[in-house]
Design a protein around this ligand. Structure first.
Ligand code: NBG
Length: 833
């Protein structure tokens, strides 16, 4: 890039219109040059690709500033309701490409860069993606920020500016190795540091009660330490509209005065320790799927960002001169899972302790402002904190929670007198053994609405985990099925398909997905359209094959069926069921080399939590099976297995558009919704899946004939468990299954090392909590139908088109409108001109 930049700086002679705001080629070019010069003090001749990327990012950010300022004005309108989306994770993905699309300046920027001798794709590839999330939950928050902006709802996303995001995954000798994600090391041009927007957050210590001058009972919190949270703002642009939402992430710092106290008495190291501790709070994102008990820092993180965010909302609210009593009319706060649920107690503390409000009024406001989304039924993922530990970190909050609980249980007892069991089950405090604070209960008591993330999930939620809450407050429960943004997941990820769609039905579908995308359905009958559709998919597969080769050194055949499972590695998601199928196919070919088999490339991707040994063993298994299959000439040209390292948003954007088959094979009842399932389908992959999470609704929409269904239902899973499930019976009675498991155990896929996979096979044979063995045969049979269907290109393509055409419901714009209507009480369609 450097060499080409010589010619760059000769002025073209044409005058740019507006180097800050203009969207024509000349203006963009000038803007980039100006930033390189004035913001970075670099000369083009020695500018690195990263310098150019940063200059371009600044130029693009400039083009959002007017909307940003307009947004601030909107916040000042006391009559408007603002959505605050509180989430410990926002997996936003790289900004540049998305911003260019949403601002409508992609083509002009590409040309402007070309005129500077630069390739836009190379610049886009420079960006370090902000990996501030684990997976679906964080990515959902990012899709919702996009849709809030694009549907014109004023919104602030509040979270944590982790210095290190989710680890980067490397594969060494088939095992996962974690590498620190230093995403900020080259700077972050998208954010604006706001040192003047900062709040103090107390931690630890004790409380003291007293009576104030008016004789009222009051409590004072004397903290052990105080840290400061500083805001960093990132704009989230709407698609082709003068609107944005703001992502405000908090970074922890030391409060200087604290340092000085220790410093002045000569305790230099204590002062430094304090600083180090303060900075630790926002240091690192915790991987999920690991036990949280005893992680003091995790609770401190949650409290830290919630407290900063609530203080910020109160500041915004008071700034426009409205009374705090009207707080719930101005803010709708969504708790994304239980991670921010300490907000219930913190809002009470702020109102009662800091703003002198009486308890009942504060409680009214709290309950009317907050709403809670549940994202999982897995018992190990439901947060709870041991009481002694909780009171060490948040002594005042424990008192408040006990008072909330006392009043709540009084209500329960008066409505259901004599039912002590019910009160014990509902209590925020779990007293069945060691005492815990149950965060889902805290959220449930303190919220006006509780929602699940897919119809089946909400249904199971009210039948199981929150059954008692449902009997108490049936009106609080609503379902909002998840959605994903078609801007990032179709327009940006799959430009060829987007063009083909727009050439048929115009481009209104990008912002009105639900209404418009179905209009491509009639084109499924047009052979020319079908042919183009197939070609687009094929082109995407060639691109992915290239990337796979770059990243793994393995060649795959784009003519083969791309069978893809990308998501976090977890036993309930059953990547190992997929592996059992691969082994069975492999055995079939080995036993009958002339058998006609649809050639397939199996592609896996996903991270395992660093402390989740079984998930890591599954990664190893995939890689070992890949080693055997990919090197066996007998199956060459027919089977390939790939583990794509470091699955993240950037890679996802390349993978979904190239998939033929989407693997959504979790044990029914375990996957709350899934959102990858939606991204695959929107990009024309067909699904093989169980009746779990949003699969159910996807199947309903696309039609059962365009969806490969198999396996036990959630009810059947329960029934079978109730009857006494015996996995060994399946192992004994099914030869192919038995053979596959024996091979894994015997070292056939671990270069003779016999017991490497014993923890996995033992678990399957003795316990099999996720019922792989029960679903094995149904899965293999269903895969045979897939193979058969793929032989008929035309039929497959038709099904692919119908999948896309019928995905309207799964745009996150639809989800956001439902949140507005059913949860936040926001009626105005758009607040923007
Ligand atoms: C995840 C579920 C997914 C769901 C996403 C987003 C958590 C706790 N839950 O099924 O497992 O799609 O949330 O709702 O990460």
């Amino acid at each position: 890039m450097q060499n080409q930049s010589k010619k760059v700086f000769k002025s073209s002679g044409r005058k740019p219109r507006d180097a800050r705001r203009g969207t024509d080629i000349e203006s963009i070019k000038q803007s980039v040059l100006d930033h390189l010069n004035f913001s970075q003090a670099r000369i083009p001749e020695i500018a690195t690709p990263n310098d150019w990327y940063v200059a371009l990012a600044y130029a693009v950010r400039d083009r959002m500033v007017d909307h940003w300022i307009q947004f601030v004005r909107i916040l000042e309108n006391p009559e408007l309701k603002i959505v605050s989306y509180l989430s410990a994770e926002f997996l936003v993905g790289p900004h540049l490409g998305n911003a260019l699309i949403n601002l409508g300046i992609y083509d002009n920027t590409k040309q402007a860069m070309a005129q500077l001798g630069l390739n836009l794709d190379d610049l886009i590839a420079q960006e370090q993606e902000p990996g501030l999330g684990n997976g679906g939950l964080g990515r959902l928050a990012a899709c919702y920020m996009d849709s809030l902006a694009s549907t014109g709802v004023p919104a602030i996303g509040y979270g944590i500016r982790y210095e290190f995001g989710i680890f980067n995954q490397k594969i060494k000798d088939g095992w996962q190795v974690e590498k620190t994600d230093k995403w900020l090391s080259l700077g972050n041009p998208w954010e604006i540091h706001r040192p003047e927007i900062a709040y103090q957050v107390k931690l630890g210590g004790s409380t003291e009660s007293f009576y104030d001058e008016e004789g009222r009972f009051r409590v004072k919190w004397i903290p052990h330490r105080v840290v400061k949270g500083v805001a960093y703002d990132t704009p989230v642009p709407a698609f082709h509209k003068d609107a944005i939402s703001i992502l405000r992430l908090w970074s922890s710092e030391a409060v200087e005065s604290f340092d000085f106290k220790a410093f002045n008495i000569g305790n230099y190291y204590k002062a430094v320790d304090e600083k180090i501790f303060s900075e630790t709070i926002s240091k690192v994102l915790y991987p999920n799927d690991e036990p949280e008990i005893g992680r003091a820092l995790r609770l401190a993180q949650q409290y830290f960002f919630v407290s900063c965010s609530l203080q910020d909302m109160i500041r915004i609210h008071l700034f426009v001169g409205r009374d705090l009593q009207a707080f719930s009319k101005r803010f709708a706060i969504q708790l994304n899972d239980t991670h921010p649920s300490i907000a219930v107690a913190e809002l009470m503390r702020l109102l009662v302790d800091e703003y002198d409000m009486d308890w009942d009024m504060a409680w009214d406001i709290t309950k009317n402002t907050l709403a809670y989304t549940n994202h999982t039924l897995l018992p190990e993922a439901l947060e709870k904190w041991p009481i002694p530990f909780f009171s060490r970190v948040l002594p005042r909050h424990l008192e408040i929670i006990l008072e909330i609980n006392r009043r709540f249980l009084d209500e329960v007892r008066s409505r259901f007198p004599g039912d002590d069991g019910l009160a014990a089950r509902l209590s925020i405090i779990d007293e069945s053994g060691e005492k815990y604070v149950r965060m889902a209960h805290l959220a449930g008591v303190g919220s006006r609405r509780i929602n699940g993330v897919a119809a089946l999930h909400t249904d199971l939620l009210i039948k199981t985990v929150m059954k008692d809450f449902y009997s108490l407050y049936p009106d609080r429960f609503v379902n909002v099925t998840n959605g994903v943004t078609p801007r990032r997941w179709v327009v940006l990820s799959n430009p060829e398909l987007s063009q083909l769609i727009s050439s048929a039905i115009g481009d209104r579908w990008i912002c009105h997905f639900e209404e418009e995308i179905k209009k491509i359905e009639p084109f499924a009958g047009d052979p020319e359209f079908l042919k183009k559709w197939w070609e687009v998919k094929h082109g995407n597969k060639i691109n992915l094959a290239r990337l796979i080769y770059e990243r793994t050194g393995t060649l795959v055949d784009p003519e083969s069926l791309f069978d893809v499972q990308v998501k976090r590695i977890h036993e309930y998601k059953r990547q190992h069921l997929n592996v059992l199928h691969i082994i069975s196919l492999y055995n079939r070919i080995k036993q009958n080399p002339s058998i006609g088999i649809t050639p397939r490339t199996f592609i896996f991707g996903g991270k395992a939590a660093p402390g989740y040994a079984m998930a890591k063993l599954i990664i190893k298994l995939i890689n070992e099976v890949a080693g055997v299959v990919n090197n066996d000439p007998d199956v060459s040209g027919r089977l390939k297995v790939i583990f794509f390292p470091d699955f993240n948003v950037t890679h996802a954007q390349r993978i979904y558009p190239a998939a033929d088959l989407s693997e959504q094979i979790s044990t029914a009842g375990k996957e709350a919704s899934g959102t990858g399932n939606m991204k695959f389908s929107m990009n024309g992959a067909l699904t093989i899946g169980t009746l779990d999470g949003a699969n159910l609704e996807i199947r309903e929409e696309v039609g059962p004939e365009n969806f490969f269904l198999f396996g036990l239902t959630a009810d059947q899973v329960d029934d079978l468990k109730g009857l006494g499930y015996n996995p060994r019976q399946y192992y004994r009675e099914n030869n192919h299954l038995g053979e596959a498991i024996d091979q894994i155990l015997s070292g056939r896929f671990s270069r003779g090392e016999r017991n490497l996979f014993a923890p996995l096979t033992d678990n399957l044979l003795n316990n099999d909590p996720f019922m792989l063995l029960a679903d094995y045969q149904a899965y293999v049979d269903c895969q045979d139908q897939v193979s058969f269907a793929y032989k008929d290109k035309k039929r497959w393509t038709l099904m692919s088109i119908l999948n896309v055409a019928r995905m309207g419901k799964f745009s996150s714009d639809r989800s956001i409108l439902e949140y507005c209507r059913d949860i936040w009480g926001i009626r105005n369609k758009s607040f923007y001109p």
